[in-house]
Each structure stands twice: as C-alpha cells, then as structure tokens.
Design a protein around this ligand. Structure first.
Ligand code: ZN
Length: 106
C-alpha cells in the first residue's frame, strides 16, 4: 500500500489513492466523480490544489457573509429589545400618572 492524498477536482475533498494498485482511475468518496490518474500526477495534483484553494476562498467568503448576516440579525434583535424596553417604561409612566395625580391632589 502506497497511499497518496489527492484533492478531488470536482468537490475539493481529500481522497486517498493507492499508487501500488495500478488503477488508472478511481471515484471520489465525497461526490462520486471519476478521478483519472496519469503519469503527471504531481502536476495534476498541483492544479487540483489551486482549485481547492479557490474553493476554500469561496467558502471563507460564504462564512464571512454568514457572519455579517448574523451580526445584522443581532443588531435588529438589539433594537427590537430597546424598543420593547422604551414601550414598557412609557406604559409604566402612563400607569403612574393617575397615581401621582391622586397623591398630589390630596
Ligand atoms: Zn469529489
């Protein structure tokens, strides 16, 4: 067994290939696409690494976008909470006005 880790050019997942098996192709365990093995495996692998990096950048951008979305949601939640507190305080004041009026008028 002489295992070599490769990146799937389709999904970017890590797949192990047994060089000693002599197979010319195998299937990605992640997405099922066929990966062809040739003698330029090092060069091919290098290309696949670049593809993988592009995929990672894409995923990082998606993560960054998700972070912004969640911080937007947090800000919306915060302002909703502030509005609720203001409403509660105003309701309390409205309830207190007649009580204060009764106390003052006596
Ligand atoms: Zn794949």
């Amino acid at each position: 067994m002489n295992l070599k880790a490769l990146y799937c050019p389709n999904c970017g997942g890590t797949v192990k290939y047994d060089i000693d098996s002599g197979k010319k192709s195998f299937f990605c365990i992640h997405c099922g696409s066929q990966i062809l093995i040739d003698d330029d495996i090092i060069r091919t692998e290098h290309k696949e690494v670049i593809v993988d990096e592009a995929k990672i950048q894409e995923q990082l951008a998606a993560v960054e976008k998700a972070k912004i979305d969640s911080s937007n949601r947090k800000a919306a939640l915060k302002s909703a909470l502030i509005m609720m507190i203001i409403t509660a305080v105003m309701a309390l004041l409205l309830m207190l006005i007649p009580i204060i009026y009764v106390i003052v008028s006596h």
